[in-house]
Design a protein around this ligand. Structure first.
Ligand code: RB5
Length: 144
């Protein structure tokens, strides 16, 4: 799968470890930055990554900041992006099955790397159930 991944300084270390893990799993992963752990502003990385997913350049996106909250807020402001902030594997599975989430947000200061890897693996491997969930997604449109 073609995947974009981005972070801020607080998610940098976990992002770097996840890039290696995604390559191990055989995915085509593009690191959208930053390139080091110097302080940055998460919108500068979350928005371009999410916009690239919405444009179809990537099938999925992964965004990591300290809590995962900042990047998830940004990503969900991009039309066509359904970003899920996950801190556990069940949520990762359910958000794929019910929300067809196309961006995964995680908190580098909240969960350890082994948890992040397992969340990522399950999120990538789980399909959308469709059915009653499709209408709910269609109704979850921007109001402005
Ligand atoms: C950076 O200090 C931190 O605010 C950021 O990574 C994120 O947690 C914001 O939601």
């Amino acid at each position: 799968m073609r995947i974009a991944i981005g972070s801020d300084h607080a998610g940098f270390e976990e992002k770097a470890l996840l890039v290696d893990y995604l390559l191990e799993l055989g995915h085509d992963v593009v690191d959208r930055g930053p390139d080091d752990d110097g302080r940055v502003d998460y919108p500068d990385f979350a928005f371009p990554m999410a916009e690239a997913v919405a444009a179809g350049s990537y099938e999925r996106g992964i965004a990591i900041c300290g809590t995962g909250v900042g990047v998830s807020i940004c990503c969900n402001k991009v039309a066509g992006v359904r970003c899920a902030l996950c801190g556990d594997v069940l949520s990762a599975s359910l958000t794929r099955r019910h929300n067809d989430s196309n961006v995964l947000a995680m908190g580098g200061r909240i969960i350890g790397v082994e948890t992040a890897k397992e969340i990522t693996r399950v999120w990538l491997a789980t399909g959308f159930e469709g059915g009653r969930h499709s209408g709910r997604i269609a109704a979850s449109r921007p109001t402005l």
